[in-house]
Design a protein around this ligand. Structure first.
Ligand code: HEC
Ligand code: HEC
Ligand code: HEC
Ligand code: HEC
Ligand code: HEC
Length: 341
């Protein structure tokens, strides 16, 4: 009897300890979050990914500061230091905030809810409701849908381009999260999460994934085909400065030999009325005749000449000197093919 009582007391003590130290909905009062720094201690891995992302830099990014005149152009503040999407409305134009602007597109922009379930301000949107977790995430399926990105990423129709693509309409569907928030440690329940690094045009491996470049000889002249195989939207997309150019040159040992410009892939700015929109739609294959001058002008290049063709991508202003592209001018070589007779 005494032994049974002993075990009972021990169990009671263990239960008491668990209740005292373990997770509990009452352990922390419901909070209104004010800064991403508050999420850092508990979500350190996600925080580090986000810090490396363009999202965290959207306010401090030197290129954005230069183009906006240090945000003298107040229209630029809206998406680069936004208020929470759940407060301003899914797929609605986001509005600027006045605090913690240096945190850019911060955790709160995507996760902060207007209210906790009890009506007090603040709350966290997640994939599942978890009243045990200190930040008490609520389930909000809207968070994982492309419309969520649209408030900021549909100004130049990236979300609409995706909607029209095979990735949205076909059998093997892939959405923004599949490509831009891949799972980290998918096998490990404790650390599994979606990457918050959001790679895009700033990541060379993403650009390489988007494009294939091939070539062939036909009727004695060369043709190259550039295909958007991997972007779930046009290539390039979103920011209108993004430019891809296709070049060719005779094959030679000379690394510094000049490239000949062949074709430009880009969406014009609003005031550039004479510039055609040549963005490569998702899945689109575009065949280019190799000619001595840009955009099919000049003479066709004979397929007796061994040549190389390359696609270069720039995320900053357009080429100043089309004849001399190169990484030293801020361009990245994304694809290259050698064509030999
Ligand atoms: C005191 C620690 C703590 C703080 C501070 C905290 N969280 Fe959490 N959070 C947790 C724990 C523990 C979980 C549950 C386990 C998990 O999913 O990592 C969780 C879960 C979540 C989830 C849901 C996970 C899912 O499965 O969908 C989201 C989203 C989230 N937190 C976001 C935030 C954000 C944003 C902040 C800052 C505003 C924050 N958290 C602050 C500890 C914390
Ligand atoms: C509140 C506004 C906002 C929301 C919501 C938002 N983004 Fe962004 N995103 C931005 C801004 C602003 C930048 C550019 C920051 C910079 O480079 O200065 C950006 C950059 C990116 C980039 C990096 C592109 C590059 O240049 O490499 C990707 C990819 C991206 N976002 C994907 C997404 C996806 C997917 C979603 C939806 C889950 C999303 N974003 C939601 C504002 C937002
Ligand atoms: C409607 C939301 C929105 C507004 C308003 C906005 N931006 Fe952006 N900006 C974005 C998004 C989203 C991206 C990421 C797109 C991409 O990577 O192609 C971005 C990216 C950029 C980039 C590229 C950053 C890099 O390093 O790759 C620059 C520069 C930029 N914006 C400047 C501006 C300027 C200047 C203004 C004001 C005239 C402005 N933005 C207004 C949403 C916006
Ligand atoms: C551009 C929007 C965006 C930003 C910024 C953002 N998140 Fe997320 N976060 C998401 C989306 C979308 C999910 C996926 C939800 C799902 O799969 O259910 C997510 C998921 C999470 C989760 C759940 C675990 C997982 O990945 O499945 C946690 C925790 C989290 N975010 C924390 C944070 C923290 C902390 C920050 C700031 C350092 C942050 N997030 C910034 C959009 C964002
Ligand atoms: C099938 C994969 C895939 C899907 C789906 C997808 N993307 Fe992308 N995305 C890419 C690739 C690859 C790139 C790099 C090539 C490029 O810039 O077009 C990219 C680039 C981007 C960029 C950077 C553009 C630039 O030039 O800096 C943004 C912003 C972006 N995607 C947003 C989105 C949004 C928002 C969605 C959902 C509506 C989405 N993406 C769906 C693969 C995908």
């Amino acid at each position: 009897m005494q032994k049974v009582l002993g075990v009972f007391v021990a169990l009671l003590a263990i239960w008491f300890l668990i209740a005292l130290l373990g997770p509990s909905g009452d352990a922390e009062p419901a909070r209104a979050w004010k800064s991403s720094a508050e999420c850092m201690d508990c979500h350190s891995e996600i925080y580090a990914e986000w810090q490396d992302s363009q999202h965290s830099k959207s306010w401090t990014n030197p290129l954005v500061r230069e183009r906006s005149g240090d945000f003298a152009n107040q229209d630029c503040i809206d998406c680069h230091a936004p208020r929470p999407v759940f407060i301003t409305g899914i797929a609605e134009r986001v509005l600027p905030r006045s605090t913690q602007r240096n945190e850019g597109v911060d955790c709160l922009a995507c996760h902060q809810l207007p209210n906790h379930p009890d009506g007090t301000p603040g709350g966290v949107a997640g994939g599942v409701r978890n009243s045990e977790a200190p930040c008490r995430p609520e389930e909000r399926r809207e968070l994982v849908r492309p419309d969520f990105c649209a408030g900021c990423h549909n100004q130049h129709k990236t979300v609409d381009q995706w909607r029209a693509s095979e990735f949205a309409t076909g059998i093997d569907k892939e959405d923004c999260l599949d490509c831009h928030m891949p799972w980290v440690n998918p096998e490990d329940k404790a650390t599994r999460h979606r990457s918050h690094a959001f790679p895009g045009g700033n990541a060379t491996y993403m650009l390489e994934r988007a494009i294939s470049l091939t070539g062939e000889a036909r009727d004695g002249v060369w043709y190259a085909t550039v295909t958007n195989i991997g972007a779930g939207h046009s290539f390039p997309t979103d920011e209108r400065s993004r430019t891809a150019d296709v070049f060719w040159r005779p094959l030679s040992e000379d690394e510094g030999a000049p490239w000949n410009h062949l074709h430009r892939i880009r969406s014009p700015y609003r005031d550039e009325v004479d510039v055609p929109d040549t963005l490569l739609l998702s899945g689109e294959a575009r065949e280019l005749a190799i000619t001595s001058e840009s955009e099919g002008a000049g003479t066709a290049v004979s397929s007796d000449t061994p040549i190389e063709v390359a696609l270069y991508y720039r995320r900053t202003p357009i080429w100043e000197d089309l004849a001399h592209p190169g990484a030293n001018r801020g361009a990245v070589q994304v694809a290259r093919v050698e064509l030999k007779p």
